[in-house]
Each structure stands twice: as C-alpha cells, then as structure tokens.
Design a protein around this ligand. Structure first.
Ligand SMILES: NC(=O)c1ccc[n+]([C@@H]2O[C@H](COP(=O)([O-])OP(=O)(O)OC[C@H]3O[C@@H](n4cnc5c(N)ncnc54)[C@H](OP(=O)(O)O)[C@@H]3O)[C@@H](O)[C@H]2O)c1
Length: 314
C-alpha cells in the first residue's frame, strides 16, 4: 500500500512517500481504507522527534492521527462495525505502531466512531483532535450563556472550533489572532477581535470570566490580569509544571488554571456532532493535499500559518 512515513526524526524531509506492506489485522482492531487525514501539531511534533522517548526509533514509521475512511475488515468478535461502514476518529500516537497516513490504517475499535452521513470525509477528519480539545476547554472553563470568554489564537485548528462552540453556548467571545485573520474570526462569530501583538491588542483593564488559550503559550503573568477573580484559564498544552502553576494561581490569584486536553468520550462526539448538525459549527478547510504531498501539508501546518485545518486526501 502507499503511505507517508518517517525514515528518521528531524527535518521536514524525513517524511517520505512510498510503498509499505499492509498492516495485519489484530484482536479488537479494524482495518480502515483511509480517505482523509488532518494534520495536527502533535503530528509535526512527532516528526520533529519531540516524543521519541515514548515512540522509540523504529523506522519506517507511519504517522498521522485524525482520520476518516471506510472499514475494510474487522477482527473476530467486533459487531459494532462491518466492512463498508464509514468511520472517523483518532489513532493515538502511543497506541499503535501504524498511523493514519496510509491507504490502509490499523485502528483500535475503541478509537473509531461511526461517521454521520452528512459529513464529508474531509470534514470528519478535520474534527477529532482540534474540535474535541476546543469543546473540552470550554467545559473545563465552565463557559455558559453570558460568559465573557477570550479565545487566544482564534483562527487555528483548536481556536476556530472554540469560537464557534462558545457562540453556540451563548458566550460573549473576544478573539485574538493575527491581523490578516481578523475577518475570519468575525465570520466565526467573535464579538470582538484583537491582535495578539502590535497595536490592536486587548485594552488594558479588560477582564474575562474565562480564557481558552488555543495557542497554549500565553504569557503566564498576563493571565491573572485578564481574568476576573474566580475566572478560569485553560491551555491544550501538556506542560509538566501545569499542576504547580495551577496551585499557585489558585492560592495567590484566586484563578483556576487547567488543561484542556482532548476528551473523546462517546458523549463528547455526540455533543460535537449535534453542534455540526444544528449548523452551529463548521470546519474551516482551506488547504488539501494528496497523500504523496504529505510533506508539503506538514510544512503548511507547521510553518504556513494555516487557518482552520490542513487536510491530506488519501
Ligand atoms: N493536548 C491536547 O489534547 C491538544 C489537542 C490539540 C492541540 N494541542 C496543542 O494546542 C496547540 C494549538 O493547536 P492547533 O491545532 O490550534 O494549532 P494551529 O492550527 O497551528 O493554530 C495555532 C494558532 O496559534 C496562533 N498563534 C501563533 N502565535 C501566537 C501568539 N503569539 N499568540 C496567540 N496566538 C498565536 C495562530 O494564529 P495566526 O496563524 O493568526 O498567527 C493559530 O491560530 C498546539 O501546541 C497543539 O499541540 C493539544
């Protein structure tokens, strides 16, 4: 089968395209004919070698996490899916030796979700990691009707889903993004839009009930100033010192500091699909690449300041 795979960690050129053997079907798994894959920062961070201690260094290594496709074969004992079903989901980097960037992917049954008929493969593949992180971030921040919310990095993968999902909850949304993306942030529903640097930044003294830092690296000392007492800050970056900072933030500033890691329980997918079905959320997809140009897609995602999601078609 054709696949995009790493031959080493490091430079963008280490993601190659070529033929590799099809994966064998193991217990509790499905083989899926992949149709679309979206690129997330975790994918290009894996290519960089950031997770090499966890993933090891056995190459060639097929990477890729978010996928959508059609079931080819199911392991004995699986009744939830059958060949021909459309599915989507996330192949967690640590659970499988074989990722989504291939004609056939090996997927644990529990990582697959039946794909609603009204989603395209591109749309379905764009969703899991970024959208489920956005909805979990809003949940962790307690965003509800009338909440004053700041989404930092509002037009990237996580951010553009967060703005839309927060508007659907009835929040008042302030977005920060680069100047060229201000119009998109408004189209997504943001009530106010500021830059994260330069002149048009958030006016001094402005405070929010919650901050979803979709970019994840907001300057820590700014956070208590931007939050009302008792307000919440969530970041999708897994940082070892988050728990210590959370304790300091609570004791010293009276603010909640939390992680908005992706959560993918069935009820989380239900919530996400309801948002889309009710036309409250739509993925922004401006760049699609064929599998043989996966390395270009990774370059676009890492260096090209993409808006919304970058998709690879298989
Ligand atoms: N733990 C998890 O479960 C999880 C899940 C998803 C994502 N993440 C992490 O969350 C981060 C964001 O993911 P993503 O998919 O949204 O990435 P992305 O699509 O690359 O978007 C990044 C966003 O950050 C913005 N940005 C860049 N510099 C900024 C700055 N100085 N201040 C504020 N915003 C800035 C970009 O805006 P412009 O393009 O306008 O500059 C863009 O909107 C990544 O580090 C990713 O690894 C973690």
């Amino acid at each position: 089968m054709k696949a995009a795979f790493l031959t080493s960690y490091g430079k963008p050129g280490s993601l190659q395209y070529g033929a590799l053997p099809e994966p064998d079907l193991r217990k509790d798994h499905l083989l899926v004919r992949v149709k679309a894959v979206s690129v997330n920062p975790v994918d290009w961070k894996i290519r960089q070698g950031v997770l090499r201690l966890l993933l090891g260094s056995r190459f060639p290594m097929i990477i890729g996490s978010d996928f959508a496709g059609v079931v080819k074969e199911v392991a004995p004992g699986i009744h939830e899916f059958k060949p021909g079903d459309k599915v989507y989901g996330v192949i967690p980097a640590f659970s499988n030796k074989s990722g989504a960037l291939a004609e056939i992917a090996h997927v644990r049954q529990k990582d697959a979700r039946a794909m609603p008929e009204w989603l395209s493969f591109e749309e379905a593949a764009s969703l899991p990691i970024a959208a489920l992180t956005a909805t979990n971030g809003l949940r962790r921040c307690g965003v509800k009707t009338g909440s004053k919310l700041l989404v930092n990095g509002a037009t990237g993968g996580v951010g553009h889903f967060a703005v839309q999902a927060a508007k659907a909850k009835g929040a008042h949304v302030t977005a920060t993004c680069s100047a060229g993306n201000a119009e998109l942030a408004r189209e997504l529903g943001a009530d106010e839009v500021y830059g994260y640097s330069g002149e048009n930044t958030i006016p001094a003294g402005t405070q929010f009930d919650a901050i979803l830092d979709a970019w994840g690296m907001m300057e820590r000392k700014k956070i208590p100033q931007l939050l009302v007492p008792g307000g919440s800050y969530a970041s999708p970056l897994l940082i070892p010192w988050t728990k210590i900072q959370a304790l300091i933030a609570r004791i010293r500033y009276g603010r909640k500091f939390t992680s908005s890691n992706m959560r993918k329980r069935p009820e989380d997918y239900d919530e996400l699909e309801a948002l889309i079905r009710q036309k409250n959320l739509k993925p922004v997809i401006e760049h699609t690449f064929p599998l043989e140009k996966a390395a270009e897609a990774f370059d676009k995602a890492e260096f090209g300041k993409p808006r919304g999601k970058v998709i690879i078609l298989v």
